[in-house]
Design a protein around this ligand. Structure first.
Ligand code: GCV
Length: 828
């Protein structure tokens, strides 16, 4: 009691993040008072599943925020009410109401009008789903302390398709999932309890997402087995009240693997029949089944090329079977050869999607959507827009964005992607010499297509807060908001999200927005700049630094770094010709080195390290400086977040603090790895004298070691000096250092490696005094010392005198040998 009365309301409640942006936290009494004049009744005009959900949500939200239980009613109002129902239902009881123009599809309208002689607030749409979206918008207004009495708000989604793709495997694991196991599957079956699935559908619906495929595009052959379809029907049931349609990923070879035919040739009539029968069976169990996503001829998946057929043949055979039921095929354009000959400078993976799909324009059925990743490579921290969006004017298209942060820090790093998505969506491809921004193309407007839209790869898991990092939820929220309205600014989206997630305290909103809005550019700065892409280890986890892994293999993510220079020449004149896939106006920008913006220069051109950018700096100095600036920025995030200590609940405050502190340590690992690598390959020193020089750093291998032995880290740039020390033959090892600096206060950073195959313990002593100890118990994607596992322990405020012995004791566990990289002693 006493404790609670002493702390601000916001900080007393511990929050797990489970409610995400749908917390409906109690408003301050004075604010709640502003809504006292709301009608006390929530009246629904029908009792369909979605309208029932909408009404229950309305009552739940109002109760949470205003502390009052609104009366539930149905039929015709007999008093003032908040009326929820479709326009058709509304017309019957309020014939005088002029329905606003433009109310179509999933749109909603919030207004105030008399119904049966009583002043009412009206939440309506053409469909039940529209009404539900209206309820969420109404509640969001109250949560953000906005007016709801003088409403006349029409909101129309930008595009009909607003889908999530999950990459869950039926065994319960998730490909590129960073937040625990699947909410859908375990051990080859759909989970017995689907509570989390309903809650997920609620989150999706609250931002207008209307479909979700639930299994990995690297698909399991059992997904449409007769005994699995009823299990999928249970997921569809959990989705249905939230207006979310179920979809699945299917493999093109299913007629052979599951159907026991001797072929999956899309032009074979037996194959077409198999798909027809299969979807008849699916629709008998799931009448509102939404459709399928297909990955074929990509990364080892079988595809139509096996029979010399095209992606259009493959998509259409499935589309034909879905068409009678109204289902859609999302055919992924992520089709490329991952055994490219890297020695051939004309080869270019970036060209694959356009080369394959553009010639097929107009040959896809009307219920096919070609699903295109935003860039021509693979969800990198920066890529140009895929030219394919401009190359399919007679085909429906959808943009695939990645909410799960595969190449952007895997949710251990905060990286708010909305600013990047905005740049992509706003980019004008100038197809046919006119204005064709990506957002207009995928909405179907530019080329007058019947459908199209947005697909976000999400990968939520069983973790309480869905994505493993509270701040990462802004990406899921932002994806939904942009799919609904791509003209919203990143600032408006993050402001909205922060208010709903952490409350309306201006200092909180301002600080969180500042961190989020700076985070993508910061991440880009300490990973891969100038269009180099993320520079992560592409052959492994896609997490820590691994620049060398881009080169000399068939995957085609080359950066062509050599002693002469860096970057891929993709020009028509001298390079791979990729630039020729853009319209003439865009071509003019990228074909010319001086016209190419700095942030993509190395994506399009191979230049000497000494080439001067528009900024006036050389390429190599920009690489060095950006990596220092990016890492520095993450330190600012930590201090900015710390300023919220008394304004955010303790549980989320400490979780985010730990996450941002970890990120700021890992950003230094990135900074040093990439800079050291470029230093070595270019042979050009850092004009600011930092790269390769760390005055406060003491390498573990140069300390006085007992038990510890030196270990060569692979790749070398992932450890300082290329080496770590490991404790392999004994239960405890020590590394000692005699401090020779001035007497004073110091901070100590210990760089160690935290793999996922053991939980080593570390203790730090000054003389005989234990000053810190911890366990290396993070779940990082590594089983050895490298850039994925390198982790920093920051110990503040140590009193040191010359001659003090600093001693680190490492206690190995299982396969983790308490590895150490270095320590740094910084004056406080
Ligand atoms: C589901 C990248 C990822 C793969 C993913 C693939 C895809 O290559 O690393 O995990 O596979 O993209 O989008 O199909």
């Amino acid at each position: 009691m006493l404790t609670c009365s002493l702390c601000a309301a916001a900080t007393c409640l511990a929050e797990t993040g489970h409610d995400a942006w749908l917390r409906y936290a109690p408003l301050q009494p004075a604010v709640a008072e502003r809504y006292r004049a709301l009608p006390a009744t929530s009246l629904s005009l029908s009792d369909t599943p979605v309208l029932n959900t909408a009404q229950a949500e309305l009552v739940r939200g109002l109760k949470g925020m205003l502390g009052r239980t609104f009366r539930i009613a149905s039929g015709v109002p007999t008093e003032s009410a908040i009326v929820i129902g479709t326009v058709e239902q509304l017309r019957k009881i309020a014939p005088a109401l002029q329905i606003i123009e433009g109310l179509r599809g999933d749109a909603f309208w919030l207004t105030a009008h008399e119904v049966s002689g009583f002043p009412c607030i009206i939440i309506t749409g053409v469909t039940d789903r529209g009404v539900l979206y209206g309820v969420f918008a109404f509640l969001s207004r109250i949560a953000r302390e906005e007016d709801v009495f003088r409403l006349n708000e029409l909101q129309q989604p930008s595009a009909p398709i607003r889908w999530a793709n999950q990459w869950d495997n039926l065994d319960g694991t998730i490909e590129r999932g960073y937040a625990g196991r699947s909410i859908f599957f375990e051990d080859g079956s759909v989970r017995p309890s689907l509570t989390r699935v309903s809650e997920y559908a609620r989150l999706l619906a609250s931002v207008g997402i209307n479909g979700c495929t639930v299994n990995n595009v690297n698909d399991d052959p059992h997904i449409l087995d007769p005994d699995f379809i009823p299990q999928l029907a249970r997921i569809a049931e959990a989705f249905r009240p939230w207006g979310v349609q179920l979809g699945v990923a299917v493999d093109l070879s299913l007629p052979e693997t599951a159907g026991r035919l001797d072929t999956f040739d899309p032009l074979d009539v037996r194959v077409a029949n198999w798909w027809h029968k299969k979807f008849d069976e699916v629709y008998r169990a799931i009448p509102d089944f939404g459709g399928v996503v297909v990955k074929a001829d990509s990364e080892g998946r079988l595809g139509p090329s096996f029979y010399g057929r095209t992606p259009a043949d493959a998509a259409n055979v499935i589309a034909g079977a879905l068409k009678p039921h109204g289902g859609l095929v999302f055919y992924r354009a992520f089709v490329y050869d991952h055994h490219l000959d890297w020695t051939n400078l004309k080869n270019d993976r970036a060209k694959a999607a356009y080369d394959i799909f553009h010639p097929l324009d107009g040959r896809f059925d009307e219920n096919v959507i070609v699903q295109i990743k935003y860039g021509p490579i693979d969800f990198q921290v920066r890529e140009p827009v895929s030219p394919l969006f401009g190359g399919l004017s007679h085909t429906n298209t959808g943009i695939e964005l990645q909410i799960t942060q595969e190449y952007t820090g895997q949710q251990r790093h905060t990286c708010f992607l909305v600013p990047m998505w905005k740049e992509i969506l706003d980019f004008d491809l100038r197809a046919y010499g006119r204005s064709t921004p990506v957002k207009q193309i995928v909405a179907g407007n530019s080329f007058h297509r019947p459908t199209g839209g947005y697909i976000g790869v999400v990968n939520v898991g069983l973790d309480q807060n869905w994505l493993g990092n509270h701040l990462a939820l802004a990406n899921l929220f932002g994806f939904g908001r942009l799919a609904w309205n791509p003209n919203l600014t990143a600032k408006a989206i993050v402001d909205e999200w922060s208010r709903l997630t952490f409350g309306n305290d201006p200092a909180v909103v301002e600080t969180i927005s500042r961190i989020q809005l700076a985070s993508w550019k910061a991440y880009e700065s300490y990973t891969g700049v100038l269009g180099l892409q993320t520079l992560t280890n592409i052959l492994g986890s896609h997490y820590g630094p691994g620049p060398e892994s881009q080169e000399h293999n068939g995957w085609g993510q080359w950066i062509r770094a050599g002693t002469d220079g860096v970057g891929v020449d993709r020009t028509v004149a001298t390079g791979t010709g990729f630039v020729g896939q853009y319209s003439p106006e865009v071509r003019k920008i990228y074909e010319s080195l001086p016209n190419t913006p700095d942030d993509l220069v190395l994506f399009f051109h191979h230049v000497p390290y000494t080439y001067k950018l528009h900024s006036g700096k050389t390429v190599i100095q920009t690489i060095y400086d950006s990596h220092y600036a990016g890492a520095e920025k993450t330190t600012e995030f930590v201090s900015q977040w710390k300023s919220l200590h008394h304004s955010v609940d303790g549980e989320r405050f400490h979780a985010v603090l730990a996450q941002l502190s970890y990120q700021s340590g890992h950003a230094i690992v990135w900074r040093d790895a990439i800079n050291d690598w470029f230093h070595q390959i270019s042979g050009i020193p850092d004009a600011n004298g930092r790269v390769g020089k760390h005055p406060h750093r003491i390498e573990a291998e140069s300390m006085e070691l007992e038990g510890y032995i030196p270990f060569d880290v692979t790749p070398w740039e992932d450890a300082s000096g290329g080496k770590a020390v490991v404790c392999v033959q004994t239960q405890r090892c020590t590394a000692k250092y005699r401090f020779a600096g001035r007497k004073g206060w110091y901070d100590l950073d210990v760089e160690y490696f935290d793999h996922n195959n053991g939980v080593s313990k570390y203790q730090v002593f000054v003389g005989s005094q234990l000053v810190d100890e911890w366990l290396a118990d993070l779940s990082l994607p590594a089983t050895a010392p490298n850039g994925d596992s390198s982790t920093r322990r920051h110990i503040t405020g140590l009193a040191l005198r010359p001659g003090d012995i600093l001693r680190i004791e490492g206690f190995p566990d299982a396969a983790e040998a308490a590895p150490l990289d270095y320590v740094e002693i910084h004056p406080e």
